[in-house]
Ligand binder design. Structure first.
Ligand code: ADP
Ligand code: ZN
Length: 205
C-alpha cells in the first residue's frame, strides 16, 4: 500500500518517509505536498532545523499559482501552535530532530481527519534509532523506507557515515564537534564504520 492509493472515508492517517541522508526524503515529501496542493487540499509544511537560507527550497507552487512555504520550527508545540483549524494535510521534514511530543501531535491530527506526512532520518551516525522516528513508524499507516547510494560500493545505502576530519567518527564522539570538520556520507551496512576508541568496532553483545 502506498500513500497515493491510501484513502479512508474520514481522511485522517499518518505517513512516514524514513531513510538515510541523501535518500530523497525531502524530494518525496515535497512531491506529495505538490500533489496535495494540485488536489486543492489545504496544506501546511514544517521543517525542524531549517536554515533560513534554504527556506525557499521548501516553497511549493501548484499550477494554479497557490504556493505553500515551510515554517521553521524547533518543537512539536510550535507546530501545534501554527496549525490552522481548516488544514487538511500537514507535512513535517527532519522529524527526527523534534521532541517526543511529535508522536501525540501526529496521532491527534490524524484522529481529527488530517493527513500527516513526516520525513526523517531513522538512524543516527551509529546506526541506532533516531529520536521519535521508531514510534512514528510504529503508529503510521504507511511507512516508506528510502535508500541512498553507498559512496563506497554503489549498493543501496542504509547508514549515515559520520566523518570527523575525513575519518570515521568513533562511537562515543560528541554530538556537537568543536573545531573539527564534521561531515556525513551515505553508506551500506557493510561499508559503515563506527569504531570504538580501543577495540576498533562495536561489539555484538
Ligand atoms: P534527504 O531528504 O533524504 O536527505 P534529499 O531529497 O535532500 O534527501 O536529496 C536527495 C538527492 O541527493 C538525490 O536526488 C541526489 O541528487 C542527491 N545525492 C547526493 N548524494 C547521494 C547519494 N550518495 N545517494 C543518492 N543520492 C544522492
Ligand atoms: Zn557499501
Amino acid at each position: 500500500m502506498t500513500s497515493d492509493t491510501y484513502f479512508t472515508a474520514r481522511g485522517g492517517w499518518i505517513e512516514v518517509i524514513a531513510g538515510v541522508m541523501f535518500s530523497g526524503k525531502s524530494e518525496e515529501l515535497l512531491r506529495r505536498v505538490r500533489r496535495a496542493t494540485i488536489a486543492r487540499r489545504r496544506v501546511q509544511v514544517f521543517k525542524s532545523h531549517l536554515d533560513e537560507r534554504y527556506a525557499g527550497i521548501y516553497r511549493v507552487s501548484s499550477h494554479d499559482g497557490r504556493t505553500t512555504e515551510a515554517v521553521p520550527v524547533d518543537t512539536a508545540a510550535q507546530i501545534a501552535a501554527h496549525i490552522r483549524s481548516d488544514t487538511e494535510v500537514v507535512a513535517i521534514d527532519e522529524a527526527q530532530f523534534l521532541d517526543e511530543r511529535v508522536v501525540p501531535l501526529a496521532t491527534d491530527l490524524a484522529a481529527r481527519g488530517v493527513r500527516v506526512i513526516l520525513a526523517g532520518t531513522d538512524t543516527d551516525f551509529r546506526g541506532e534509532p533516531f529520536g521519535s522516528m521508531p514510534e512514528l513508524m510504529a503508529v503510521a499507516e504507511i511507512v516508506d523506507k528510502l535508500h541512498a547510494i553507498c559512496v563506497r560500493c554503489g549498493n543501496p545505502a542504509s547508514r549515515n557515515q559520520r566523518l570527523i576530519d575525513g575519518r570515521p567518527a568513533p562511537y562515543r564522539s560528541p554530538v556537537i564537534m568543536v573545531g573539527g570538520q564534521d561531515t556525513y556520507e551515505a553508506r551500506c551496512r557493510a561499508c559503515h564504520e563506527v569504531p570504538l576508541p580501543d577495540e576498533g568496532q562495536v561489539p555484538l553483545l
